[in-house]
Design a binder for this molecule. Structure first.
Ligand code: PLP
Length: 465
């Protein structure tokens, strides 16, 4: 049965209204009243403008890392938003602050962190990573970070903000950081923290975390794992049968021994934007955050989330929405979030095998997680990629939305020596298969993309004749 959003939303709104009324009646000030008629018209213009979006909700959207939150999260968000608690301090919203502590412990548990680990939600993965890098700088002043050339671009930007040196390490043909080059950099002694990515944003590759782990003691470095996109796949990383390679699972299991990790519930955790999370294995890093503000903390001696966060105001509703979602969709491999992620993995694997058998398209790389990259077999790969991308998106009857990934032609050539790529960059197609509905849609999506690839190839032939 479809989720009855209207009925659950109105139950949530009703329950909060009932609570409000317990505080006694009062009149809203006339300065904030609005004209019903004008609102109806403005709202119509508003929703009309929102139609300009790509259909992120639909399985035919298989482009970027975008999808609407779970409707349970919407209900949870709206209910708390009516109150608008601020999780900066316990006084700003005691219940959602407690919920934040609960969900943070659950997320820590997902990675194998101890119950007393330190962490909190953030407004994004970027801010969460900034915080982890800031703690790195405070604990290893004068030293820089090492990060792969496949890592999220914000690491370089944020090391700039922190005035830390960021050394870029080359990646291998699987998109993983090269261990030989990383160890060379670490041995030089100027690296305080190695940043590893568990699921790169472009290709979905998982860095060899377990293999870097022994260097923590050996070289006295910190290890930070950026699992903003891939973190929830830790749910599928236990020993035994799984859709993930044993190597991939081994690296996910190693996150539990790393110093810090970032995960974005607003990516794979079914949440609306505004929900990242940073976790520190050792709560002692809390000492770096110490500050003393005269006006924020006064209701209790308990730890305030604002005392361990770089940000000040944060939506309590984000914590509430995640808490409610996890009641219904627990962090488990066999129910809740696990099967959502498994469906995306199966979709990526199934599409990949179709691409391998195709005369029109070829896989660029085998998908490690749920990101699939591929390209049209053509003399002009970049041109054909762009044409297929545009033709698929603008088809009036049955469009498909993909994304375009730009890789260096050198990288392309090393993965596909049989194809000549011209110029510095080569464009390939990329699909993030993060909606479980993609699993049953893959056959159709593949058929459509082949159809567009055929059309583009014919067009190129005709142009040449
Ligand atoms: C998305 C992403 C980020 C940035 O997170 P935001 O929530 O978009 O700020 C950082 N690292 C990786 C690996 C990501 O996929």
């Amino acid at each position: 049965m479809a989720f009855d959003l209207e009925s659950h939303l109105s139950a949530a709104v009703g329950a909060i209204r009932e609570w409000e009324e317990e505080w006694g009646p009062f009149d809203t000030h006339k300065s904030v009243r609005v004209d019903e008629e004008r609102l109806r018209s403005a709202l119509a213009r508003y929703t009309d403008r929102l139609r300009g979006n790509y259909p992120f909700v639909h399985p035919r959207y298989a482009g970027q890392m975008l999808k609407p939150p779970h409707p349970v999260a919407m209900v949870g968000y709206v209910a708390a938003m009516l109150i608008n608690p601020n999780n900066h301090a316990l006084d700003g919203g005691p219940p959602t602050s407690m919920m934040e502590k609960e969900v943070v412990r659950m997320l820590g548990g997902m990675f194998g962190y101890p119950d007393d680990c330190l962490g909190h939600l953030t407004s994004s993965g970027t801010i969460a990573n900034l915080e982890a890098l800031w703690v790195s700088r405070e604990s290893h002043p004068e030293k820089g970070i090492a990060v792969s050339d496949q890592a999220h671009y914000t690491h370089e930007r944020m090391s700039g903000v922190l005035r830390m040196e960021a050394e870029k390490i080359a990646s291998d043909s699987d998109g993983r950081i090269r261990l030989d080059q990383l160890e060379y950099a670490v041995r030089s002694g100027h690296i305080g923290t190695v940043v590893l990515t568990a699921g790169t944003t472009a290709l979905g590759s998982v860095d060899p975390i377990a293999d870097v782990l022994p260097w923590r003691e050996k070289y006295g470095i910190r290890i930070h794992v950026d699992a903003a996109y891939g973190g929830f796949f830790a749910l599928l990383s236990a020993e035994g049968e799984s859709l993930l390679d044993e190597e991939t699972r081994r690296h996910f299991r190693a996150i539990g021994e790393c110093d810090s990790v970032v995960v974005d519930p607003h990516k794979h955790g079914l949440q609306p934007y505004g929900c990242g999370c940073v976790l520190f294995r050792d709560a002692a890093v809390g000492r770096f955050y110490l500050h003393d503000s005269a006006y924020t903390y006064f209701t209790s001696d308990e730890l305030h989330l604002g005392e361990i966060s770089l940000e000040c105001s944060r939506a309590g509703a984000a914590a509430g929405a995640l808490w409610l979602t996890l009641q219904m969709m627990p962090l488990r491999p066999d129910e809740g979030l696990g099967p959502v992620l498994s469906a995306g993995l199966r979709a990526a694997r199934s599409w990949h095998s179709r691409l391998e058998a195709s005369d029109l398209l070829a896989p660029y790389m085998a998908p490690e997680l749920d990101i699939l990259t591929f390209f049209p077999l053509s003399a002009d790969i970049s041109g054909a990629t762009q044409s297929v991308f545009e033709a698929a998106m603008t088809d009036g009857d049955d469009p498909v939305f993909l994304s375009v990934l730009r890789v260096s032609s050198e990288e392309f050539g090393s993965r596909h020596p049989g194809h000549t790529a011209e110029g510095q960059w080569t464009k390939v197609l990329r699909s993030v298969l993060m909606k479980p509905e993609h699993e049953t849609e893959v056959e159709h999506l593949h058929g459509r993309v082949e159809h567009f690839a055929r059309k583009v190839a014919k067009g190129a032939e005709a142009a040449e004749a």
